[in-house]
Design a protein around this ligand. Structure first.
Ligand SMILES: [Zn+2]
Length: 218
């Protein structure tokens, strides 16, 4: 299970050789350009590897990951990745993907302190505070999962209201922003029914998605 740093190169050489053996020309075709249809905005957590859990190959998904899959309005890193994906790569789908048992979300829920990252996690506490009455209406053991879902739903909105998406939709570009959650315990992705394809869909989909969090957990 645990690999040494040397093993990584051994695995890499074996993987590249196997790819070339079963799919001759695979890497040559990748050098021409990347044309992914999908962008993944996920958590840095090692248990949630975008390509592996979606069966996508190199070249098929453009990935941005950070602690607890947050899209902050002024985060140039996330915004630059989104802009590149939308304007240059012309991705058709952006999925914001949270995962149950997320350390960042659990810390935010408990109000714990871990260091510098507290300032980053503060964004999830804002989500927690915005939905305090909803969370308090749920049994204690369901609140963590509910906050994972709420965080995804809020981050989908943040992608939708970014200047990148506002401008892309205004030009008639077809891009849909999705909200998903991954179960580390069963390996399954859940669709949080927050798939937004235009600005006027944000509000009604947001309301319905938040309502269904309560409904599914009482
Ligand atoms: Zn996480």
């Amino acid at each position: 299970m645990s690999a040494s740093i040397h093993d990584l190169f051994t695995h890499n050489r074996a993987w590249a050789a196997e790819m070339e053996r079963t799919r001759p020309g695979f890497f040559t075709s990748l050098t021409k350009q990347q044309t992914p249809k999908f962008m993944w905005i996920g958590c840095s957590d090692s248990r949630v590897p975008a390509n592996q859990i979606t069966g996508l190959e190199p070249g098929e998904v453009f990935v941005h990951r950070n602690v607890a899959n947050i899209v902050v309005h002024s985060d140039l890193n996330a915004l630059s990745a989104i802009q590149f994906a939308v304007d240059m790569l012309k991705v058709e789908h952006i999925m914001v993907v949270g995962h149950y048992g997320c350390g960042g979300v659990m810390t935010a829920l408990a109000g714990g302190r871990i260091g510098l990252a507290d300032n980053w996690i503060r964004h999830i506490q804002d989500v927690r505070d915005r939905h305090r009455s909803l969370l308090e209406s749920l049994p204690q053991d369901k609140r963590g999962d509910a906050l994972v879902d709420l965080n995804v739903i809020e981050q989908v909105v943040n992608v939708c209201v970014s200047t990148v998406m506002v401008d892309a939709w205004a030009k008639g570009q077809k891009v849909t922003i999705h909200g998903w959650a991954f179960g580390v315990h069963d390996g399954l992705l859940q669709d949080l029914k927050m798939s937004v394809s235009s600005p006027d869909e944000i509000e009604p989909l947001y309301r319905a998605a938040v309502e269904s969090i309560t409904a599914s957990r009482l």
